[in-house]
Design a protein around this ligand. Sequence first.
Ligand code: UD1
Length: 380
Amino acid sequence: MNDNQYGSMKLKILNVVGARPNFMKVAALMDAYKKYHEIEAKIVHTGQHYDQKMSDTFFKELGIPQPDVYLGVGSGNHGEQTGKIMIGFERVLLAERPDLVVVVGDVNSTIACGLVAVKQGVKLAHVEAGLRSYDRGMPEEVNRILTDQISDYLFLSEKEAEKNLHKEGISLENVFFVGNVMIDTLYKHLPHAQKSNILEQLAVKQKQYVLLTLHRPGNVDNIETFTNIISAMEVLEKTMPIIFPVHPRTKMRMENFGLMDQVNGMTNLKLTEPLGYIEFLRLMQDACLVLTDSGGIQEETTALKTPCLTLRENTERPSTVTFGSNQIVGVDRDRIIAEGQKVLAGKSKVSGAPELWDGKAADRVAEILLEQGLKNRRQG
Ligand code: UD1
């Protein structure tokens, strides 16, 4: 192996994390890199999510090494947040001079750091590439399209995603179908999660509760949609208790929209703070039904074979519906009630696992990155 232009023998990879759903993905990658002494991996945390319950807890529980760099950008409007991340990350790149930047998922930190990397001439890898909801009203959709357009290496969690990239004129030469790195983390931590006493703490029993999460701006920033969902819960809670860990955005909206009294008046709906990874994993596994607007939870419930109803009109993760336990039900009150009641009555769809969701996706990513990184050095 030759010395690289910056004098380091190892392939230096900067891994970007920013928001909660990034942590489980980078946890798997960091584990995989450890198997290769030729790789030096560092973590840059943008600080998009900063609350202890939205960030620190995940580092501890998932055993992710502490970030080498913390940008501390915090919350803000999209332009402000993205801009701050770009300014901070450019300084880091200039100081660190890595061979590769790895971004995951579809949050603002993903596109912000990706854009800085390519402008600095650093190779960019996108893990979880090619997913499309075809709804540009979602900020994440814009982040996905743009990140994929500028990435040098694109790693797919599901096969279908290849078609989306092809349609957008992206050469498939550097597109790799590797499976789902987030599911690697799920399998690793499942035995630990099974020992969690969160069910006892919340006084619910296995398969006798519903788990609800909401945080998408399309749902919680719109008073009518949010109210519809809550009023569907008012009916479902009569059949089974509902556990609702509340995202900070959602909490803020419930307060702004004056929904707190209604929610607090629902005796079978239990609000909690955002939960840690291990407790939440146990809750997903043992729920009778999960109701969510999250992308990651659609995938995690598929891996766990727990019935999931997605409260959105589309999904960028179609394999969770084709193979998995997920159904897209939208946000109409009556439809949520009808589909929810069916599952609570035991009528859920038969589900299987998507291809390559086998716990080894991050190993494939690491191997390919090393191979490609070394190839670049030889050519450079
Ligand atoms: C972000 C991602 C979304 C992802 C979600 C997971 C973008 C565009 N969106 O959405 O794709 O599904 O994370 O949670 O990147 N807040 C806190 N503490 C925190 C973080 C946020 O109080 O640690 C509050 C702030 O009031 C903030 C709001 O939550 O304004 C929203 O946070 P933000 O990071 O802008 O977006 P999310 O809705 O979390």
